[in-house]
Design a protein around this ligand. Structure first.
Ligand SMILES: C[S@@+](CC[C@H](N)C(=O)[O-])C[C@H]1O[C@@H](n2cnc3c(N)ncnc32)[C@H](O)[C@@H]1O
Length: 340
């Protein structure tokens, strides 16, 4: 009899039913400018209501939810940013993650709403969601705003992960790093800071160049980093003895990956290497959760997916790389090094 059975614990299901509400609470608070408005100090609900031109009762509910989510704290009858919000949710913070939060709120949210069709058909959702056809990155970069939010989002994650990726292996024997699809240059910057003799090239699509220029100019190592615009599928790759692919292989299908890896292998000198920054799925495919969620995310917006170390090893060895090593890091990205 069902009545005699001990009920299974429903807490995972209940938590996941609520999880999207927590995400959307933070997205909305960032988008409305709550954390930026509090950047100079705590304010009362009445004062915030006036600053944000909001409904007082509704804003009060949002602020209380943000207190519960540890993004705001109460100070007397005022609300103030927590240190986490100050670091990651304010536009003026160099560590901000607001780019990817805004991109998630305005672009990814809608793509994920069609996840069922992505699973049925095994393809991204740009056409279904937005009516956009064409190269993937033309979709990411469709408007000036989406380009900026996407690249600054990559930069926010990069600031957290690139120092770990650059330090995962001893790269002191290499002289010129070429970061393909290097975006704002955070990996080249982290590597140049760690290895004082290293020169670097950030290679990316022409649209990415202006933002890369700004971040590299402010990095303190700009004299060792050059920017080269180009298409890594079409154009000749700049010369280097260490290539990097950070969150590039997870964007593309296997045929294009092999084409790109063959091109890198052919351009490398003997003993040269390729550094890959992607989150590695465990060999048992049971985690980490971040990588499994990211693989679904890739399904909604790219041709690619996340992989295990042995799946990368198979791809790398199929084009000729001999030694392949992986290193897990505590950051959003792990590191894999393949030597020619
Ligand atoms: C997912 S982002 C990763 C950016 C950066 N490597 C990081 O980890 O933050 C992919 C990057 O590849 C660049 N990209 C896409 N297609 C490219 C191509 N055909 N040639 C050069 N860069 C490309 C994009 O402009 C973007 O900066």
């Amino acid at each position: 009899m069902a009545d005699d059975l001990t009920p299974a614990d429903p807490s995972v299901v209940l938590d996941l039913m609520e999880a999207f509400r927590r995400s959307k609470t933070m997205f909305a608070a960032v988008s409305l400018g709550v954390f930026d408005t509090l950047a100079d100090g705590p304010q009362t609900l009445q004062s915030l209501t006036a600053s944000l031109a909001a409904n007082e009762d509704a804003l009060g509910r949002l602020l209380d939810a943000c207190v519960c989510l540890q993004l705001l704290e109460r100070q007397g009858d005022a609300y103030g940013n927590t240190p986490t919000a100050t670091a990651y949710l304010c536009q003026q913070s160099p560590q901000r993650l607001t780019g990817y939060i805004n991109f998630s709120n305005t672009v990814m949210w809608q793509l994920w709403s069609n996840l069922e069709d992505a699973v049925r058909e095994g393809t991204h959702r740009w056409q279904q969601t937005y009516g956009w056809d064409g190269p993937i990155f033309a979709s990411f970069f469709k408007t000036e705003e989406s380009l900026h939010e996407f690249l600054m989002g990559m930069n926010g994650y990069g600031l957290i992960s690139s120092p770990h990726v650059a330090g995962a292996f001893n790269l002191s024997g290499y002289h010129r790093l070429v970061d393909l699809g290097g975006a704002t240059g955070h990996l080249a910057i982290a590597a140049c800071r760690r290895y004082p003799h290293l020169q670097a090239t950030v290679f990316d699509l022409p649209d990415a160049m202006p933002l890369a220029r700004t971040t590299i100019d402010g990095s303190g190592v700009a004299d060792r980093i050059q920017l080269v615009p180009g298409d890594f599928f079409q154009d000749e790759l700049p010369e280097g003895d260490l290539y990097a692919l950070g969150r590039i292989l997870h964007d593309w299908n296997e045929k294009k990956i092999i084409r790109l890896l063959e091109k890198i292998y052919a351009r490398l000198p003997e003993g040269g290497a390729l550094l890959i920054a992607e989150k590695l799925i465990t060999e048992e495919r049971d985690g980490p959760r971040w990588a499994l969620m990211q693989s679904l995310n890739m399904l909604t917006c790219t041709e690619g997916k996340e992989r295990t170390l042995s799946e990368y090893e198979d791809l790398l060895k199929s084009v000729g790389f001999s030694r392949v090593s992986g290193c897990r890091t505590p950051s959003p990205l792990d590191a894999t090094l393949a030597v020619k």
